[in-house]
Design a protein around this ligand. Sequence first.
Ligand code: 4H4
Length: 248
Amino acid sequence: MKIDILTIFPEMFESVLNASILGRARENGLLDVNLVDIRPFSELKHKNTDDYPFGGGAGMVMLAQPISDAMASVTGPMETFRGRRIYLGPRGRTLTTELARELAAEEHLVLLCGHYEGVDQRALDTCVDEEISIGDYILTGGELAAMVLTDCVARFVPGVLGSEESPEEESFSDGLLEYPQYTRPREWQGMEVPEVLLSGNHARIRAWRREQSLLATKKHRPDLLEKAELTVKDRLFLAEAEACSFEN
Ligand code: 4H4
């Protein structure tokens, strides 16, 4: 998968894209992530990329021309571009695991990072297919959002997580929050690892983990529980847990 990131602050990405899982995936050729500095594309004398907003108001707005030319440099002619051009902004569709999974199936993503108070609307109207938001808050720039999107999309690219791990068995992947995780030592500050996890009985472990996911989701994200696909066994377990909580 290829991801081009258009930004006026490429230096912000260096450590995130060269470390850990993303860094290894790029070295292994699983991910082709390129940073494109918008500034050199400006036709203005001092390579400006922003200006004051028409109509007044605080802050600056990014110019359309540098963005348009930077975008064209990575997409080529639109007749042959096979991908999605995404603007990271607060008005967009909220990024979820499902959307990340969908984006991971694309061969080419171009991420446009806005800055200041946003981007000239004419650039969004002509150079962008969709807007995606990582949450209902305003960032100083789209760069952090682009890092978040790149990270969670990359996890769905085959091979990025390694052979043992799978994004399919995580929080949100089955609509539920993930179960608690434990590692060595078996006892830490008087707290023992749940015995079932030491049993070697994979059926019991799977059942315990499902129950813990149900309890965690019920406690922390009941909204997800409403939407999740639950089995009869799930529902019986939750009913029993509810009954127990009333008795205690
Ligand atoms: C856009 C800031 C618009 C303010 C921006 C406005 C997010 C987000 C984000 C830089 C851009 C901000 N990007 N998810 N949330 N003038 N990006 O906040 O509408 O207030 O992805 S404005």
